[in-house]
Design a protein around this ligand. Structure first.
Ligand code: SAH
Length: 252
């Protein structure tokens, strides 16, 4: 059995209770060493066999899993944040299906949620944006043209950009050309929820400069949108006049 486990965005105590239990029980752990906090390995048994996938290919990962299966061992494949976001898990799932190896998935706190916590932000703010676009700038890994940052920017929704700090200058140009006003609030969150977390607030116009001035190259998210500003409407849900399934409002 293979358990894909979301490690959470950084802090070792942000893994789910289920994820921590699976780590405690694992015979073999393959963790994404480039981003997973090594402190999480403290949850494993002393005799647990540990591999760092940052130094491995997909084939090597599968070889470790196959050997563990042959020995009737349980494997945890530990991915950073939540494995559904840029986790390269689908190719592993499909190979395991083909090999007839059972697996399941335990979700984790994605770094975009960790960043919202660091910013004390609500991404879906009434009258500002009810949509969160999770995307990345096109670099060595291409992005389908129909999802270019420039075209997505037309919505002026809340946008969270993964894997894009190294491309900040081009990104800023695309955000502006696509439709965000230069003064739109933005932020760069470095190592959200890690002890060394840093938050840099700026605007779309000063984004590339902020990234450059602070030497931010990786393990950072860029967040753009009016939700980081000061203007919004209060929610309907908690409005005294608004009736819900659970509460009768004064207007009805
Ligand atoms: N599955 C992960 C994302 C993996 S892609 C998740 O759900 O968060 C790797 C990228 O995620 C990094 O380049 C960076 O852009 C972002 N990232 C991961 N952890 C981060 C953190 N703690 N703080 C800021 N960005 C992070």
């Amino acid at each position: 059995m293979v358990h894909f486990v979301g490690a959470g965005s950084g802090a070792a105590d942000l893994i789910t209770v289920r994820g921590a239990r699976l780590l405690e029980e694992a015979d073999v752990v393959i963790y994404a060493g480039s981003l997973v906090n090594p402190a999480l390995l403290q949850y494993t048994r002393e005799d647990c066999e540990i591999h760092n996938s940052a130094e491995m290919t997909l084939e090597q990962v599968l070889a470790v899993v196959k050997a563990a299966e042959a020995a009737e061992k349980t494997t945890v494949r530990l991915h950073t944040g939540d494995s559904s976001i840029y986790g390269a898990v689908r190719e592993q799932f499909d190979q395991l299906e083909e090999l007839g190896i059972a697996y399941d998935v335990c979700p984790g706190v994605s770094s975009f949620c960790g960043a919202a916590a660091a910013l004390k932000a609500e991404y879906t703010l009434p009258d500002v944006s009810q949509t969160v676009i999770i995307t990345r700038a096109a670099g060595r890994t291409p992005v389908p043209e129909k999802e270019s940052v420039r075209s997505l920017a037309a919505h002026q929704a809340t946008m969270v950009l993964f894997l894009s700090t190294g491309l900040a200058e081009k990104l800023q140009g695309d955000l502006l050309a696509g439709g965000y006003a230069p003064e739109t609030p933005a932020a760069v969150v470095y190592k959200a929820t890690w002890p060394e977390e840093k938050v840099y607030r700026c605007t779309v116009e000063t984004l590339a400069q902020t990234v450059a001035d602070n030497g931010l190259t990786k393990t950072a998210l860029i967040i753009v949108g009016g939700c980081l500003g000061t203007e919004y409407l209060r929610s309907k849900l908690y409005d005294p006049g608004f009736t819900t399934e659970y509460r009768k409002g004064s207007d009805s």
